[in-house]
Design a protein around this ligand. Sequence first.
Ligand SMILES: *Cc1c(COP(=O)(O)O)cnc(C)c1O
Length: 374
Amino acid sequence: MYNKRTGCVQNQQQRQGVNTPIFTSTANRYIGNDEIVYPRNFNTENQKAIVEKLCLLERGEAGMILSSGTAAISTVLFSLLKAGDHALLSREIYGGTLKLVKEEFTKFNIAFDLVPNAEIGNIKSLIRENTKVIYTETPSNPLLSVVDLQAIANIAREHQILTVVDNTFATPIIQNPIALGIDIVVHSGTKYLGGHHDLCFGAVVTTQKLKDIIYQSALNFGGSLNGLDCYLIERSLKTLALRVEKQNDNAMRVAKALQENAGISNVYYPGLVNHPNHAIAARQMEGGFGGMLSFELKDIGKTDEFLDRLQLIIPALSLGGVETTICQPSNSSHASLTEAERLGQGITDALLRLSVGIEDADDLIRDIEKALTA
Ligand SMILES: *Cc1c(COP(=O)(O)O)cnc(C)c1O
């Protein structure tokens, strides 16, 4: 029983307490039990309680939580692909995922092509006989381009290719890729699902059949999570919808204020009508346009000074928490790309990425305006 508005999910298994107790045992009785409970078997009470909620939120049949978003992504990719296979991936995927693909796929003789999001409509022409997976992420980091998931799902199904979507930026409160025909959703729970900048975990949600395949690799790769973290994750999920709603509202207000500001040249937010993918976003992101946006300062020489002058907004990496954080992708999240690669994606040195939190929107706008004019 899941209520989308409040994000509250009642566990199937009723207990007297409203919270799942923390189970810390790594040694569990086995005589008379067909299932051996063990954290790396992904079957502790605390793991199962979270997965149940995530499946309801993402409208999937089965899933797993893992020790990081990267553990979830690598486990999924290496469970579905083998030597000689080919994968198609969005070029604008998370930097760590790109690094994983470029460094590890090459070692294991898995071929791949990176498709710019702007050209993803032509993905059909890149499909090969050995293409097994299409992987994308929407909205993208840091320019918030939006990929039409239903279109991708339709093409992939026609060719019997599995689709994986990183739903970290949108969260299940905003969009449900599985409902659009996508096979597997992955998350960096470190961001919005955790939401307080104090947890690191990942999640996979999919069908029972695919979960069984991914699970076999997960057992071998071993990216499992402990009960104490699980407790905090379950607590975080209870406020996910509330946080995301506030972040949606705040981001929209900040984006509009930035657009009016003479010190700022470009604002990238899918909720703005002049965003190139606004129409797809409005259709696909049913629960709002998200808490991520980016913008460019007109006076690029002022970037360091601007970041220094912010009082409320924290220059920090990571995203999706209750506090608003800001970073300069060219020297942080996208520093490992060459300058040509960055500029090819439209990531200039003037670009700043904002992860809008749950503070008062007026305070956030004032903080930015003061730092610009000082
Ligand atoms: C942070 C992030 C990841 C990686 O997650 P970790 O929990 O840091 O391993 C993957 N995808 C996206 C979109 C992210 O923002």
